[in-house]
Design a protein around this ligand. Structure first.
Ligand code: GUN
Length: 292
């Protein structure tokens, strides 16, 4: 069997076009554009690319996208001061502080300072708590939302399905497990200390890989017919001094066993930004009052 490819690039384009139309309606109704403020601290090359892409994508759909670039030695106090300023600014609907922050910065303290109503990453404990307790007011983390939209595309019935999430991060593993649970899947969260990980993965009708280790999940770990969502984006050497991107799943092997699989690149990655735009619009709608 060769798996069907779940095309995140195409799905993300559709979602972005939809957000763009809804932003235009928002502007017409409320007389202002939704604002997304992205904060980058330091010079991590991957983060520089991600944050530039987020700013650019927000402008493309008609939002007020702003990128704040701060030096790596920015103090925690200065960063908290910027977050407080953005919290207080009524024109700002979404605040995103790019992770990882430079070593020595207390990430939790910074993320906790973001107004939960503007927390378009969905990382604030209030939003994580709302998601865990099944409330639909939560702003839900972008990558997990992207995974769920790709599963919708795969048209796999999630109710009663065995889902295995490999990885337990606050950014992906935990929230995606909550979202699968909300759809009535039977969810196992596996991680680096899980015993006999290949056997656990082989039970999965739906396998979500979010470990950040290049091609760790091999083809024979995949149950025949499973749907595989690969969240990993790992840069590895490709010979002659070049590099390439690979996922957490050994794609060429896995595609011979799975019924559907996301490619890397072009799977989950593009969905993250599209969902960030949707979250920003949602935050703007929830925050604004119609004009009198
Ligand atoms: N670093 C890697 N992924 C993310 C993300 O989704 N949000 C933020 N803020 N930082 C990240």
């Amino acid at each position: 069997m060769t798996a069907r490819l779940l095309d995140g690039k195409k799905l993300a384009e559709t979602l972005r076009a939809d957000v763009k139309a809804r932003v235009a309606a928002f502007v017409a109704e409320r007389g202002r554009a939704p604002g997304l403020d992205v904060v980058l601290v330091g010079e991590d090359p991957a983060s520089q690319v991600y944050t530039r892409n987020k700013e650019k994508a927000s402008k493309e759909v008609g939002m007020n996208g702003r990128l704040h670039v701060l030096p790596a030695d920015t103090s925690e106090a200065a960063l908290l001061e910027l977050v407080a300023k953005l919290d207080a600014d009524d024109a700002v609907d979404g605040i995103l502080v790019q992770l990882p922050l430079p070593k020595g910065t207390n990430e939790a303290r910074i993320l906790d300072a973001i107004d939960p109503a503007k927390d378009v990453d969905g990382f604030h404990p209030v939003n994580a708590g709302l998601l865990a307790s099944g409330r639909d007011r939560a702003l839900v983390p972008c990558t997990p939302r992207g995974c769920m939209k790709l599963l919708e595309l795969a048209e796999i019935p999630l109710a009663g399905a065995r889902a295995v999430v490999v990885g337990r991060s606050n950014i992906v593993g935990k929230p995606v497990a909550q979202l699968l649970l909300r759809e009535h899947a039977t969810v196992t969260v596996a991680h680096s200390r899980t015993k006999d990980l290949p056997a656990v993965c082989r039970e999965a009708d739906v396998l979500v890989a979010a470990v950040g280790r290049p091609e760790m999940i091999r083809g024979d770990w995949i149950k025949p017919g499973a749907v595989v969502i690969d969240v990993g984006i790992n840069r590895v050497p490709a010979g002659e001094g070049k590099t390439k991107l690979v996922g957490d799943v050994a794609f060429e092997e896995a595609k011979e066993r799975a019924s559907a699989i996301t490619p890397v690149p072009g799977g989950v990655g593009p969905m993250t930004i599209a969902c960030l735009l949707e979250n920003t619009l949602l935050a703007a709608i929830q925050r604004s009052r119609p004009r009198p």
